[in-house]
Each structure stands twice: as structure tokens, then as C-alpha cells.
Design a protein around this ligand. Structure first.
Ligand code: ADP
Ligand code: MG
Length: 347
């Protein structure tokens, strides 16, 4: 039985279909990430699961029971918002305990849970402070503590780290993931950041224009993107999508002589060579420390190459590009869908 199951769920506001016939299920104890660009319907989906937003069409099951029209309180979920939504006039302890107080949880139980949760998120020393006296990361921990103290089996998080700087975001990613595993929670975590999704998720649900584009483990999305959208969304820099006809490669790349497909190659799968491969010109280089992202061109087609160490390019330079056949992904040009039936030739 799934912890959460969406069956054909939609959200329609007048002319806008924000979420369009979305179905997926999440097993208990899974860290699931709803990933996609801004405006694709992630928050709306999460709000329908939480009960803050009515479901226009379709059904929602929580723990196997129909929760489509259940009140938010009856869904036994916790939620962490992007802006934390802490009460400014309450101190950390009061903020964390707010929900338990509202539900008249016995005082002794409140005390025990507070101690445990404060320890889990490292807030023991800060219980007397007001939110204004905390750093962004500490506020984030209060919001987390408030969500987990309820001991609900499911926690929904909407871009909870977007207000933090890059370093703290990284630390909090690791902390949230560790906490989720320790407590065995089922989490649905919304983000537009593919790196966050790749590093945290057991399962990624990639959305585009209100629909599910692809779902799977981070490895599945990276190794076998189902569409050009998924190919370009996952990975930094994104996968190169090359039109073989536009850069005169069609006969070199496939025997099929078809002109209706794109080939995808990840920048890290391309090797620069002086001897073998496709003739290209190196245009510019972006040094990142461990490696360099080089922009190459074959005719008008730009191709990014991730290459180890430091590469400097002061003027356009001739080179050759090579890649193993097994690294080539093929997509139909018109539909953008993956097509594993077209065989590509070695270059
Ligand atoms: P995301 O979280 O992926 O950035 P949202 O779920 O917030 O996207 O929004 C999806 C779409 O629904 C957007 O086009 C947004 O403008 C629209 N939308 C969100 N909330 C409302 C609302 N209350 N009324 C009308 N349209 C809305
Ligand atoms: Mg959102």
C-alpha cells in the first residue's frame, strides 16, 4: 500500500489548468521530490495533497484511504513552507509547541517531545529566542522541528531551503535527508533545483506545464531521460541536444538517413581530441575548479564539453570531439520523446 497516491488529479482556476491529470504514488518511508521549473504546478499539487487547496478533478489516497475531500487536520500531514511561517512574537519553544498546544496534548508529553525534537535539529540552546534573533538556518530548523514534533508519518515541504545561502543549503539538505531516514518519514519535497533533487531523492517526479514528465530514481532520470525536456532539465551543464542535419552530421551519425531526430550527449561524456572525432571549433571556456566547461561549435550548433582540469581558450581553436556510442541518447524531433530504436554509429 502506498503512503500517498494521486489519481488523475487536476487543479483548474477559470482558464488556467495549473495541475493537469497528475498521477503518482509514493511508498512509505520514501523521500520523493517534486521537481520542475517555476510555474509548472508543484506548489499547487502539494497544496492539494495537504488540503489547503481543493482538488478540482481526480482522487487522493493517504495510507490507502480516500482523502480527496478530507479536511487538512484529518490528513495527518505536516507541512514546511518556503517562508517558514513562524510566529514572530513567540519564542522558539512556543513556536515548536504551537500545534501540540492547539490540540491540547498533555503538558508532560509536550515536554518530552520538545526535548527530543530540539535535540534532533540542534536547537536545545536557542529555545528562548524569538525568530528575529535567529539566523536563516536556525529559523529553518524551527520550521522543521515544528513539522516533526507532531509525529505525523508524512511531511510536505515546499522549497524549504530557497532562502538560505548556497553553503547552508548544502548543510541543510544533508540534515533533512538524515532526519527523514532516522525517523522513517515519508516526505514530498518541492524544488526547482535539480541538484537538490538529485542529491536528496529516492524518487523524483519531474513536472512540466502541470503534467508529470517523468518519474524515477535520480539515476533513471539522469541515465535515461524520457524526453528532451527531462534531458535538458537534469544535469549541469545540461545535456547537449544536437540536430544532426543542421550541423551536417546526419550521415556520420546514423544509417537510417532520417532527419527527424535529435541526439543528446552529456557534456561529461564528450572527449576533446587532436586526432579522431568530429571537427569542431573551441570558442570559450568556463573554469570551475576541478574541471572546465568548454563551448565548442560544429557549424552553428553549440556543444558544451566538460573536461578535467583547467582549459584556457584565447581565440577560436580547431579540435575534434569524440564520444562513446553508448553515451548517445536519441529523441524524436517532433515529439521530443526518447527513441531507443534508432541506432547510432560510432564516430
Ligand atoms: P510552482 O510551485 O511549480 O512554481 P504553482 O503551483 O505555484 O507553480 O503554480 C502553477 C500555475 O498556477 C501558475 O501558472 C500559477 O500562476 C497558477 N496559480 C497558482 N495559484 C493560483 C491561484 N490562486 N489562482 C490562479 N492561478 C494560480
Ligand atoms: Mg511553488
Amino acid at each position: 500500500m502506498s503512503a500517498i497516491e494521486l489519481q488523475g488529479m487536476s487543479k483548474i482556476w477559470g482558464e488556467t489548468t495549473a495541475v493537469n491529470d497528475v498521477s503518482f504514488s509514493i511508498d512509505q518511508g520514501t523521500f520523493a521530490v517534486l521537481l520542475g521549473p517555476s510555474g509548472c504546478g508543484k506548489s499547487t499539487s502539494l497544496r492539494m495533497i495537504s488540503g489547503l487547496e481543493e482538488i478540482s478533478k481526480g482522487s487522493l489516497f493517504i495510507g490507502g484511504e480516500d482523502a480527496t475531500i478530507a479536511s487538512p487536520a484529518d490528513r495527518n500531514l505536516s507541512m514546511v513552507f518556503q517562508n517558514y511561517a513562524l510566529f514572530p512574537h513567540l519564542n522558539v519553544e512556543e513556536n515548536i509547541l504551537f500545534g501540540l498546544k492547539v490540540r491540547n496534548t498533555p503538558k508532560q508529553l509536550q515536554k518530552e517531545r520538545l526535548k527530543k525534537v530540539a535535540e534532533q535539529v540542534g536547537l536545545e540552546q536557542l529555545l528562548d529566542r524569538k525568530p528575529a534573533q535567529l539566523s536563516g538556518g536556525q529559523r529553518q530548523r524551527v520550521a522543521l522541528a515544528r513539522a516533526i514534533i507532531a509525529e505525523n508519518p508524512i511531511c510536505l515541504m515546499d522549497e524549504p531551503l530557497s532562502n538560505l545561502d548556497a553553503k547552508l543549503r548544502h548543510i541543510m539538505r544533508v540534515e533533512i535527508r538524515a532526519l527523514q531516514q532516522r525517523l522513517g518519514m515519508t516526505v514530498i519535497y518541492v524544488t526547482h533545483d535539480q541538484a537538490e533533487a538529485m542529491s536528496m531523492a529516492d524518487k523524483v517526479i519531474l513536472m512540466c506545464d502541470g503534467k508529470v514528465e517523468q518519474e524515477g530514481t535520480p539515476e533513471e532520470l539522469y541515465n535515461k531521460p524520457a524526453t528532451t525536456f527531462a534531458a535538458a532539465f537534469i544535469g549541469t551543464p545540461p545535456m547537449n541536444l544536437i540536430d544532426p542535419v543542421a550541423c551536417g552530421l546526419d550521415k556520420k551519425i546514423s544509417q537510417n538517413q532520417q532527419d527527424n531526430f535529435l541526439i543528446g550527449i552529456r557534456p561529461e561524456d564528450i572527449v576533446l581530441s587532436n586526432e579522431n572525432g568530429l571537427k569542431a571549433e573551441l570558442i570559450s571556456a568556463d573554469y570551475l575548479g576541478a574541471d572546465t566547461v568548454v563551448t565548442a561549435k560544429i557549424q552553428d550548433q553549440e556543444i558544451l564539453v566538460r573536461t578535467p582540469g583547467k582549459v584556457t581558450i584565447t581565440k577560436p581553436t580547431s579540435t575534434r570531439l569524440q564520444w562513446p556510442v553508448k553515451s548517445v541518447h536519441v529523441f524524436d524531433k517532433s515529439t521530443g520523446k526518447r527513441n531507443d530504436n534508432i541506432e547510432v554509429l560510432p564516430i
